[in-house]
Design a protein around this ligand. Structure first.
Ligand code: NAP
Length: 307
């Protein structure tokens, strides 16, 4: 029988991805939306999470598609009420919040899933398998997009806890931490903050790879024209280029796979499997790199940003 689910926060990603992905998966039944402003046709509407938790004890799972700043309070309330929780990325605005949520899920005997949608892009498993049989020589991430196009009018990304350019950049880091056969750590960073904003508009990261292979990431939100979400890898036996955020893979210059967008379908399939098995998945490794970038990063003040 399908698990009953409520979706919290009916914004851009809820409408673009969550609602269609839930609707297409017979393991889930979308029963209710929690939203301060919006309704979703054909399902119950609650203005607050507390009202949902009190009124619908039959809803076993709550999926949070809200920005990171309010997420902890919502997730903690749902976990304390004995509901499984699915978290949009990033799973919180600080690591300590995420550890606390993980502990709360355990205490209450429910599932928590820190989702990383880019990890579920079609070509990520192929690249991981290819890399597992080779020795890494160099890895370059270039994640450059136009913030005005992808985050029109969103103020939360510029507020403390919103992470700025790391909001998309963490997607690249979620792929990096998935495909590498060994962990790496950040060794240096430069962050560019618009003079009127609290979060960075661009970041340049350097990682220390145990083998000494150069590894960098370049995130920029000022990219106009073609948008770039690429990871390029050189190895002892050939090179690979993952592009379109993980949907396209070229090896030695030749296209080997052109996928489509199945990221949220894969996320809801994974959540269903976790709930069924009574397990959780709270991998925080992408978030650790972001927190280290804020800790290690040299700060540069740049031109003010206005929409
Ligand atoms: P959004 O449209 O700006 O906000 C989503 C919804 O969250 C809002 O419509 C609002 O819903 C609710 N919300 C906003 N501020 C809130 C607050 N202070 N307290 C409680 N609820 C609040 O954002 P989004 O682009 O969908 O992003 C949401 C999350 O998904 C972020 O963590 C983002 O990183 C992630 N994500 C976004 C994208 C994308 O392409 N946009 C892609 C992948 C992941 P109600 O009005 O219904 O209450």
């Amino acid at each position: 029988m399908a698990e009953k689910l409520a979706l919290v926060g009916i914004g851009k990603i809820a409408r673009d991805q969550h609602i269609p992905a839930i609707g297409a998966n017979p393991d889930w039944s979308l029963e209710a939306a929690v939203s301060r402003h919006a309704t979703v046709e054909g399902i119950d509407h609650f203005e607050t999470l507390d009202a949902l938790l009190e009124t619908r004890p039959d809803i076993t799972t709550v999926s949070l598609a809200i920005p990171p700043q309010p997420r902890f309070a919502y997730a903690a309330a749902a976990l304390r009420a004995g509901r499984n929780v699915m978290l949009e990325k990033p799973p919180g605005q600080s690591l300590a919040e995420c550890y606390a949520l993980e502990a709360l899920a355990k205490e209450n005997g429910v599932t928590i899933f820190a989702t990383w949608h880019s990890r579920h892009a079609d070509c990520v498993p192929d690249l991981k398998a290819w890399l597992a049989e080779r020795t890494l020589k160099k890895l370059t991430i270039t994640w450059k997009e136009d913030v005005r196009l992808w985050h029109p009018g969103q103020e939360w990304i510029w507020e403390p806890g919103g992470m700025g350019v790391f909001d998309p950049g963490i997607n690249a880091l979620s792929i990096l931490t998935e495909i590498l056969p060994h962990p790496v750590h950040l060794s240096g960073a430069t962050l560019e903050f618009p003079e009127n904003r609290d979060t960075p508009i661009a970041a340049r990261l350097e990682f220390a790879d145990p083998s000494g292979a150069p590894m960098t990431a370049d995130f920029d939100w000022r990219q106009e024209g073609p948008q770039t979400w690429n990871i390029e890898i050189d190895t002892d036996r050939g090179s690979a280029r993952l592009s379109l955020g993980g949907e396209r893979l070229e090896i030695d210059g030749a296209l080997v796979k052109q996928g489509a967008n199945h990221e949220y379908a894969n996320l809801y399939a994974r959540m269903a499997a976790l709930v069924k098995a009574g397990e959780s998945d709270m991998d925080l490794s992408p978030m650790i790199h972001v927190c280290d970038a804020f800790s290690l990063g040299k700060r540069v003040v740049t031109a003010p940003f206005h929409y």
